[in-house]
Structures are given as structure tokens and as C-alpha cells.
Design a protein. Sequence first.
Length: 248
Amino acid sequence: MRSRDLVWDGLLNVRDLGGHPTEDGGRTRFGVYVRADSLERLTDAGWRALVDYGVHTVVDLRLAEERGAAPPPDLPIIALHRPLVPDFGHPDWLELNALSLGAVPPESTRLVYLEFLERYRERFGEAISAIAGADAEGAVLFHCMGGKDRTGLVTALLLRVAGVDPESVAEDYALSGANLQAIHDEWIAGAADDADRALRIRISATPAEAMVGVLETLGERYGGAESYLRAAGVDDRELDTIRLRLRE
């Protein structure tokens, strides 16, 4: 089995969405969609590896205030910005942080993710539409900061459209926890007080059960990921494009 993990110098959490078994006996295709952490960490060698892998489009899910330098202008890459959540000063963050502190993982993670998906449904739809509409000749990479939360939710939606079962989707999501462990440990150690430390511990959690719970709840509320995405503004042509590209 070809490895989904990609080693690009400077990044910690890069995976191809290929190689996942689908519920009807198929498998997802390599070289189509790639999930990653912040590309600003890439070295020159890392950027070369990204281009050599065939990435033509980058969809940046970060906030404007999280973004630094754009991809090097001499590279054959189209960069799109599709932020999924509001700026950090927005009042929503007080409520989202309260949700996180009101429970413990995996439930706190599940609640926050579902709140993301409901409050910012149109933004998720815009991101998925951008991914579906990208140049079919090259791979599409999408990323946030750590490649865990926002990137994890977009990955889950794409894989479910392709027919990957929720447990396999959740297993892939949980891999980000180990990949980012060192960064998370350092961040938690720098907490200002016990309350801040508790919040950071909850934010850093990556329990597979949380993602299974998110997908189950989308099934209950919408009838599944595809129906959720239709409600988010993604049309059937775009959903068909994702399936056709991502499935072998």
C-alpha cells in the first residue's frame, strides 16, 4: 500500500487523501487532494517537493490575520483564500471557547466542530466549491495552520462524498494529533494560567470519536455530508466532480 504521509521539508502534517477504501469496495485516488499544515513553514526544498508532487492549486483556509507570505511567485501555483471562521476578535469566539470548556474531549471537540459547520456553513460550501473547481490537471492542496481542525473537517466532507466510511475518516483525522504533538506540548506549556491551559488542552485534542460523532450528527440533521454540502451551496456538478476525481 502506498503511504499517504508526505515528507515535505518544513511541514509536519501532510497527507494525500488517496488510498482510503470506500464503502462499495473501491478506493480513493492518490495525487488529487492533499491536506497540510501551514505552507509558510516550507523550506525551498519543501516547495520543490510540493511542485514535483503535482500541486497546481492551493486553497488557504486560514484567517487573513494568520496569513503571511504568499507562495513564491515563480512557482506554477494558483493560490485561493477561503477562510472558514471569523477573525479572532469576533464575538463568536467567546461562545466557541465556552463550548470547549463546557465539556471534555471527545465531546468538547464534537460540539465545537458542529458549531463551526453550522455557523459557517456557507464558508465551508465556498471552500469545497473552490476545491471542486480547481484545475483538474493537477493536485489541489488545502490547509489551515496545523492541518487538524479546519483542514480535518474539509477532509472529512471530501472523503464522505467519495464514500469512505466514517471510522476510516476519523482514523485519518486522528493522525494529526501525533504529528503535531511536539507543537501542541510547547503551546500548552506556554499557557498563561490553569484556565488557559485547560482550554489549550481541549483545543489540541484529536480524538477519532469526535469526528465519528460529527459525521453521525450530520447524518441526523441533513441526511449526510452531501446533503449538508448542498445546503451549504455546493451543487451536484461539483459533488460529482469530487467523486469522479477522488475515486479510482
